[in-house]
Design a protein around this ligand. Sequence first.
Ligand SMILES: Cc1cc2nc3c(=O)[nH]c(=O)nc-3n(C[C@H](O)[C@H](O)[C@H](O)COP(=O)(O)OP(=O)(O)OC[C@H]3O[C@@H](n4cnc5c(N)ncnc54)[C@H](O)[C@@H]3O)c2cc1C
Length: 422
Amino acid sequence: VLFESLYELKNDLKKSGFNLFIAEGKSFDVFKKISGEFEKIEIYANEQIEPYCRRRDESIEKISNVELKLFSDSTIFLPGFILKDDGKPYTVFTPFSKKFFTLLNSGNYKKIKVDLNSLKPENQYSPGYLNQLNPDEENKKISTKGIFDGGRTAGINHLKRFYENGIDEYKSKRDFPGINGTSNLSPYIHFGLVSIRECFRTAYSALNNSIESGKTEIETWIKELIWREFYYNITYHFDYLEKQSFKKEFDRLNWRHDDESFKKWCDGKTGYPIVDAGMRQLVNDGWMHNRIRMVVAMFLTKDLFIDWRWGEKFFADHLIDLDFSSNNGGWQWSASTGCDAQPYFRIFNPVLQSKKFDTEGVYIKKYVKELRDVPSKFIHSPWEMSEEEQEECRVVIGKDYPEPIVNHSEVKELILNEFKKI
Ligand SMILES: Cc1cc2nc3c(=O)[nH]c(=O)nc-3n(C[C@H](O)[C@H](O)[C@H](O)COP(=O)(O)OP(=O)(O)OC[C@H]3O[C@@H](n4cnc5c(N)ncnc54)[C@H](O)[C@@H]3O)c2cc1C
C-alpha cells in the first residue's frame, strides 16, 4: 500500500513539475546531512504524538539550523486540546465525546484547497544521494497485490463506496466479520491517504441527507472516529503507555510466559475457530475486523493470560493500519488494564462470540479452510463433533485441526482470581 501510494504521489507531483525524493535512514541522520548543505532549513510536517515520533522530532529539533514546523492534521483537534473543565485530561470516552461534540463545527472539517502552483519547480532541491523510485522495483512491487490497493485514489474510492453503500447501515452491520459492514478505511487513514477531516465531512454529509432511521447508523460511525481521537489524547497525556499499563497496578499481574501457547495463537492454531480465523486474517491480509480484534485480544490476555504487550507487538508487526494509539488502546481495553476498559470480570466467551457474530461460520471458513465442510452447528466448537461426524466432514480433531488449547470455562475462574488479587 505504501509503495503504491508513493508511486501515485510521484506521478501526481510530476504533473506539476515536481519530483518525489525518498530518503532512507534514520530521520535525524538524513536531516543532519541535508541541513549541512544550507544555512537554515525549515521542515513542514504533521505532528505525530506517538512516543517514537516525539523522540524523533525532539532529536531533529536539536539540529541547530533546523526549524521544525508541525501542523495538526492527524486528528480533528490537536491532542491535548480537549480537557475537562478542571483542566485535566478525560480518561472516560463518553464525557470526552460529549465535549468533542460541543466543540465541533463544520469549520473543523471543511474542504481546503491546496495550490501546488504557488511553489516553483525550478527551485527544487535534488541532491544525488536521495533516491527517486526505481521503475523496476516499482513494477515488481505493484504486481504483488495485497487486499488493499494503495494510493489516494483507492482510498477516496473506499470512502465513496462507504458513503453510497454502507454508512447508513453501519451500526447494524459493523459487528459481523463475514460481511463487508465497515468502511475498511483504516489503512488509508493510517497512511494519510484519506484525512480524518474527509471522514467527518463525509459522515456529516451522509447525516444531513439521511432518512431518520439511518441517522443512528451514521452517528455510530462518527463515534468510532471519535474513539480514535480519544485514544490519541490518551497517548498524548500519558507518556508511559508504550511500556506500562494505563492502570499501573495491573502491571503486578502475574502474566504467564508461555511461548508455546503464544505461538499457537500467532499461527491461528488455538483450536478455537473464530480466534484462528482472526489470526490467519491478520497474518495473510495484514488487517483484521474490529470485532475479531477484540475477540483474539481478549483470548490472549484472558484465556491464555499472556501479557497484552506480546499481542500488541504482534499486531504492530502485522497490521497494515498500525496506529500506536488505537492499537495500544484496543489492547489495553481488551486486557482490562486500560482507561475506560472492559471490566476484568466481563470475559468474552469465544464460542458465544462466534455464534453471535459469525453464525453460519462464513468468516471462519474463509480463513480456516480445513473447516469448510464442518456443519454450522459445530463450526464454533468443532471438538464437540462425534468421531463419525468428524469423519463425515473429514476433520479429525487433533489431526486435521487442533484440540482447543484451553478450556474456556475452566480458565475463566482462575483468571478472575488473578485479577481479584490486585
Ligand atoms: C486489539 C485492537 C487493536 C487495534 N489496533 C488498531 C490499529 O493498530 N490501527 C487502527 O486504526 N485501529 C485499530 N483498532 C481499532 C479498530 O479495530 C480498527 O480501527 C477498525 O477495525 C478498522 O476498520 P475500519 O476502517 O473498517 O473501521 P470502521 O469501523 O469503518 O471505523 C472507521 C474508522 O474509525 C476508527 N476506529 C474505528 N474503531 C476504532 C476503535 N475501536 N479505536 C480507535 N479507532 C477506531 C478507525 O480509524 C477506522 O478506520 C484496534 C482495535 C483492537 C480491539
